[in-house]
Write a new protein. Structure first.
Lengths: 409, 317
């Protein structure tokens, strides 16, 4: 059932990407099969659930576009449960990281993503596994949606050998296939993403690169340099500004002369999307990906979202915004609650079922945290490895002239 | 570059004026005509942007050659060179490699004044994760550039504008399309017994000229062309010192924390120290921003007489 499963949450779950609505010709065959089998499974196991439902999504503000994404979308029970599970896993993973940080088991930088889950999940749902994604340092969520298991993410945060970067990268430097991190320097990932898009175009594989940055980064000169070259060369790059209203402690109004981030690409068409609605993000991403794949060049999406935590774990997050504001978003706009309500009210899921999923996720996160706290740190022999790729072993000077260490590729 | 573009279709060149202008210094002459827009790309004047784009392309499977019109402009992009290119293979614990070459003219030219004359060998040579190469001769340029392009790691390739126009004899071997010079191996350009003279890039010419003058006085200099700044070939220098017992380094860049400083520190720390009959010294550019007026500029970088003077002082003659 379903096509390539790139998503490693659970071996028997079908792929995250739902390719049903926009059907490029080469996917039609597989789609028909999966569509049919999905309906059959639904009918067999849970005969009284609605297999799919149609939902309204907010109309996007458009810039240099005559038409935007559809204002209605169809969500299947299967996709809905998967998005729910993914977002909830990300949520609990980030909260667990918060806990571990306060226990000083995670150290250094830790930029948490809770509140923004719909962005990562919606984007992944709107692209293909073979497309490319690059983001900044608030990257744990994307690391997960791009296929890295929770335990490898957590073990990287705790700096253990079982971490996705063997403990050598940490929170901001996690990589996976077609996922280029995890980047610590604000804005630097944007030209990188445009470069990945150049490679996509050069290699002619009809792939796109999703290049994310925040409202804080949006004023970086190198972003405008990237816009210019992407537009000039018609690179298949989806620039996405995750606007969570605050660049560290500076609100958007205090940082940007123009806070219409979706228009900041000037000659690049843009759309502003409700980033708290996973379905809205999915539709917009599909729209954007189609735009790029059709050779029209880059496009810009602003996702209006919100982070519950401060900028990082060293920021309580309440000196520049009120607790009331945070609470308001949590109660009225939480992406996970919104999806859950939709699923339940349309009879695509039951409360008990959701509770069961939550319990499974809690258990998974506990086990991952267990692993992350018990896995040993990387061996000292690994200290100098991975300087160069595909090279002969190298001698590296230690802290003093008598210490000569070895570096393997 | 032509040979490597032909050999591997993932190789491409980007930079300012590299395509339709045939290169600011004509290094890429004819390439755009032969390979077209896809492989020879003119960029806008946005170093940080296009260097980042080049690094991203390298991460995603291509093999870019990113030209900086001069390395002075690389300062605008240096974050991409160091933080995005050099460190990534390590940070990803071997998952993400970055096969990229950053190349362009480095160091003093003629009359281009302070903002266009800086030597970046020490800046880039400081950073793990980079290979830093500084060719002198035509063979160096060919063999080292081909090695750089074929290397799967970030390479900073420091050319020299004043050397572009200098002709060299090329050996039979170097005519081959697969002529490669390995990194990390210095070359003894002129053997000698009395003093080891270590240099890189254009200064090698001056060292050889100085050696020719000194030979008439019976002083035989061993002139070593470093070829690679990082990894630095300490062994060749040590072996030479064990023979000559004297060392000077000669570079165009500034003295403080420079290439010569590194060579001297390594010799201090290693077995060759005990073979030195006199303290090792550095001959470097004057510690000032580069002036414009010819007389001032000429006196801002080592001249042959400065090298001769330093050699004689070291030899106490």
């Amino acid at each position: 059932m379903g096509s390539d499963s790139h998503f490693r949450l659970s071996a028997d779950l079908p792929p995250l990407t739902s390719k049903r609505r926009h059907a490029p010709a080469f996917h039609t065959g597989a789609q028909t099969v999966s569509e049919g089998s999905r309906v059959v499974v639904s009918a067999r196991s849970f005969a009284d659930f609605t297999p799919q439902a149609s939902f309204d999504i907010k109309r996007c503000d458009l810039h240099r576009l005559d038409e935007g994404p559809s204002v209605q979308t169809v969500l299947t029970r299967e996709d809905g449960l998967r998005y729910y599970r993914t977002m909830q896993t990300m949520r609990r993973m980030e909260l667990k990281a918060d806990q571990l940080y306060k226990q000083k088991i995670i150290r250094g930088f830790c930029h948490l993503y809770d509140g923004q889950e719909a962005c990562a999940v919606g984007i992944e749902a709107g692209i293909n596994p073979m497309d490319h994604v690059i983001t900044a340092y608030r990257a744990h969520g994307y690391t997960y949606t791009r296929g890295v298991p929770v335990k490898e993410i957590m073990a990287e945060l705790t700096g253990r050998r079982g971490g996705v970067a063997k403990g050598k990268g940490g929170s901001m430097h996690m990589y996976a296939k077609n996922f280029y991190g995890g980047n610590g320097i604000v804005g630097a990932q944007v030209p990188l993403g445009a470069g990945v898009a150049l490679a996509c175009q050069y290699q002619g594989k009809n792939e796109v690169c999703v290049t994310l940055y925040g409202d804080g980064a949006a004023n970086q000169g190198q972003i405008f340099e990237s816009f210019n070259m992407a537009a000039l060369w018609k690179l298949p790059c989806i620039f996405i500004c995750e606007n969570n209203k605050y660049g560290m402690g500076t609100s958007v109004e205090r940082a940007s002369a123009s806070t219409d981030y979706y228009k900041r690409g000037d000659y690049i068409p843009g759309l502003r999307v409700d980033g708290m609605d996973v379905l809205g993000v999915r539709e917009a991403t599909r729209f954007a990906a189609d735009f790029c794949r059709s050779g029209k060049g880059p496009i810009l999406m602003e996702l209006q979202t919100y982070r519950y935590h401060g900028h990082s774990m060293s920021d309580p997050g309440v000196s520049y915004r009120t607790r009331e504001e945070i609470q308001e978003v949590r109660s009225k706009n939480d992406p996970i609650s919104m999806l859950k309500d939709r699923m339940i009210s349309s009879n695509m899921a039951r409360v008990e079922e959701i509770k069961d999923i939550d319990a499974e996720i809690r258990k998974e996160i506990e086990e991952a945290a267990q692993f992350a706290t018990s896995d040993p740190e990387p061996p000292l022999e690994d200290l100098c490895n991975h300087i160069f790729y595909n090279d002969a072993p190298l001698e590296v000077r230690g802290t003093n002239p008598w210490t000569k260490l070895k570096s393997m590729s | 570059m032509d040979e490597e573009l032909e050999r591997d279709e993932r190789v491409f060149l980007l930079g300012e004026e590299v395509a339709q202008y045939d290169g600011a210094y004509k290094i890429s002459r004819g390439l755009w005509k032969k390979y077209g827009d896809k492989r020879i790309i003119d960029t806008p004047i946005t170093e940080m942007g296009f260097a980042g784009i080049a690094v991203g392309a390298a991460m995603a499977g291509l093999r870019p050659i990113c030209e900086f019109m001069t390395f002075n402009f690389s300062m605008q992009a240096i974050d991409q060179v160091i933080n995005s290119a050099a460190k990534t293979y390590y940070m990803s614990a071997g998952f993400q490699s970055v096969p990229i070459v950053f190349r362009g003219p480095n160091g003093a030219s003629a009359g281009v004044a302070a903002q266009h004359s800086q030597c970046f060998a020490a800046w880039y040579g400081h950073c793990p994760g980079l290979k830093v190469v500084s060719p002198w001769s035509a063979e160096d340029a060919k063999g080292l550039l081909k090695s750089a392009i074929r290397d799967d790691n970030p390479v900073v390739f420091l050319e020299n504008e004043l050397m572009y126009g200098v002709a060299f004899d090329m050996s039979e071997e170097s005519q081959s399309k697969d002529f490669l010079i390995p990194f990390g191996k210095a070359k003894i350009e002129r053997p000698g017994n009395h003093i080891t003279v270590v240099s890189h890039s254009r200064m090698v010419t001056l060292c050889l000229d100085a050696a020719a003058v000194l030979a008439k006085e019976g002083i035989e200099c061993e002139v070593i062309n470093m070829r690679t700044i990082r990894p630095l070939d300490t062994e060749t220098i040590e072996t030479s010192i064990m023979k000559t017992n004297h060392l000077i380094t000669v570079e165009g860049g500034w003295p403080q924390f420079g290439v010569g400083a590194e060579v001297l520190a390594r010799i201090m720390e290693g077995p060759a120290f005990n073979f030195l009959d006199a303290p090792a010294v550095r001959v470097t550019g004057v510690d000032i921003p580069m002036p414009y007026a010819k007389i001032l500029e000429d006196n801002s970088i080592p001249q042959i007489k400065d090298i001769i003077f330093s050699i004689k002082k070291t030899l106490n003659v």
